[in-house]
Design a protein around this ligand. Structure first.
Ligand SMILES: Cc1cc2nc3c(=O)[nH]c(=O)nc-3n(C[C@H](O)[C@H](O)[C@H](O)COP(=O)(O)OP(=O)(O)OC[C@H]3O[C@@H](n4cnc5c(N)ncnc54)[C@H](O)[C@@H]3O)c2cc1C
Length: 467
């Protein structure tokens, strides 16, 4: 039986109370003794406590205004050990923060306490030339990391569309996939994260080196069961991707192309299909014609060798090429910043009355899309992304959803699930409900082993609250 999670109406319970003045003073004294400056000004705390949860009108009223009571910036594992020891000794909760671009309030502290900004830990530590395996600190910006790998002919396998602003640690702990998911699946698939260094939250914190199996429970755990201080990951050979924009007059043809291209031998890194009403609301790269509001647009990142066969294939499919440029050399917005949740960002900047969902569509996709269209009409606008899921080529869908209240959203979710869609709900704040809805016993066991007092990012691991 598939359990359909209901939308939250209150913060999770039980949540520990905020730290007392005495606890905070004791914590500040320890931080100062470690040579770290406690951040206490309200503007600093506001900036350190928010992420991009406003895309969800369900989460926004619950998370707005929640603040850390103190912040600190760290730049080494030694400093992380000192901070972890201080929090454990004084019983103050600790929430980790990379760049704060998560969409579900992943780094919003629900119970006050300390927020630790890791963006100062930003070094590529090692790159093995033979295997392409690299180790890096968690706060490194993904764009910086990718650039450093590219200098050695390597590249990150997966990138969120926030590659220019997000950190590696935040991507692993709070993200799921994105550009590259068409080839490489999702971050939790075995083979991406090969090991990590972490700090436990105990009065005498341990600095542990975990292999791939040991690292797995910390992958996509929202920083609830350990502080990641270095990550070891696989990379891929760098490719000089070409950005292409195609137009289709008919939705059925565009959908058929989106199904057929990932199943070909063409090397693609992203395929994003936008229905005409969505394309019309996006900013386009310089030189790319504005969308006319009637044609659907297919966005591709394709390898140079794919360009030899693509034009003829696309003409057969009914598509017309309207723009092409090498990635990194075009002006204006890069194509990848029109995909994944950047599509939502751009549509919402024109019309904040839209929110979104994240679904894996059942196969074949067309009947489910037609059934949803029939019932929900223009309240649902199509944005599809090609992905590899459990080894199969599939289409994910991040539809734009006209916000008509929580009851209507729940009815839409129920309808999607009844049609066989797999929901990755962006309107919930715990790890499990944003994923497949099931508690991962290994994540809970890791929390018991590494954060026995439950101080890390309280309220975000449902399995811990329910144990
Ligand atoms: C416009 C837009 C587009 C997006 N597109 C995508 C996309 O394509 N794919 C995708 O997956 N996501 C996407 N996201 C969500 C988000 O940008 C990414 O997941 C991003 O990688 C998060 O990185 P961050 O540094 O901002 O993490 P944060 O938001 O700072 O943190 C995320 C989580 O990781 C935890 N964390 C951070 N550092 C550590 C650490 N060292 N140890 C343990 N836990 C840690 C935090 O506590 C938090 O729970 C998008 C968001 C926006 C606003």
């Amino acid at each position: 039986m598939v359990l359909i999670p209901s939308l939250p109406t209150a913060l999770p319970q039980p949540l520990s109370p905020p730290a007392s003045d005495a606890q905070l003073e004791a914590l500040a004294t320890d931080l100062l003794a470690a040579g770290l400056a406690p951040l206490r000004q309200s503007a600093q705390l506001e900036a350190l406590s928010a992420d991009a949860f406003v895309y969800s009108p369900v989460l926004a009223p619950l998370l707005q205004g929640l603040r850390a009571q103190m912040g600190v910036r760290v730049s080494s594992s030694e400093q992380v050990l000192r901070v972890a020891a201080a929090c454990a000794r004084h019983g103050v909760s600790l929430t980790l923060r990379g760049a704060g671009t998560g969409n579900y309030g992943q780094c919003v502290p629900l119970a006050g306490g300390l927020v630790v900004d890791l963006t100062g830990m930003n070094r590529l530590l090692q790159l093995d030339a033979a295997t392409g395996v690299f180790s890096a600190e968690p706060g490194i910006l993904l764009a910086d990391l990718d650039q450093q790998l590219q200098a050695h002919g390597r590249a990150l396998r997966l990138l969120p569309s926030t590659v220019r602003s997000a950190s590696l640690g935040g991507f692993i702990a709070g993200g799921s996939g994105g550009i590259g998911s068409l080839r490489w699946g999702f971050l939790r698939d075995p083979g991406h994260l090969l090991g990590l260094e972490m700090v436990t939250l105990e009065p005498q914190p341990r600095l542990l080196q975990l292999d791939a199996a040991g690292a797995r429970p910390l992958n996509h755990a929202y920083g609830t069961n350990g502080i990641v201080t270095a990550l070891t990951m696989a990379s891929t050979a760098a490719v000089a991707w070409e950005q292409l924009v195609l137009e289709f007059a008919h939705w059925d043809q565009a959908l058929a192309a989106a199904q057929a291209l990932p199943a070909s031998a063409l090397q693609l890194n992203a395929l994003c299909l936008l229905e005409a009403a969505v394309a019309a609301q996006l900013p386009w790269p310089q030189g790319c014609p504005e969308a006319d509001g009637r044609s659907h647009r297919l966005l591709l990142l394709a390898a140079p060798d794919a360009l030899l066969a693509l034009p003829a294939l696309l003409t057969e499919q009914g598509g017309a090429l309207v723009w092409q440029a090498p990635q990194g050399q075009s002006r204006g917005i890069p194509l990848r910043e029109l995909t994944w949740n950047h599509t939502t960002l751009h549509v919402r900047s024109r019309d904040p009355g839209f929110t979104y969902l994240q679904l894996l569509l059942p196969q074949p996709e067309a009947p489910a899309l037609a059934a949803l269209r029939q019932r929900w009409g223009a309240d649902l606008l199509w944005h599809l992304e090609a992905v590899r899921s459990m080894g199969s080529q599939r289409l994910a869908c991040l539809p734009l959803v006209r916000w008509r209240g929580a009851e209507a959203l729940q009815a839409l979710i129920d309808h999607c699930c009844a049609l066989g869609c797999v929901l990755f709900n962006p309107h919930v704040f715990n790890v499990e409900d944003g994923g497949l809805g099931v508690v991962d016993a290994d994540q809970v066991a890791a929390k018991a082993a590494y954060d026995p007092a439950g101080l890390l990012n309280p309220g975000k691991l449902r399995g811990w609250l329910e144990r």
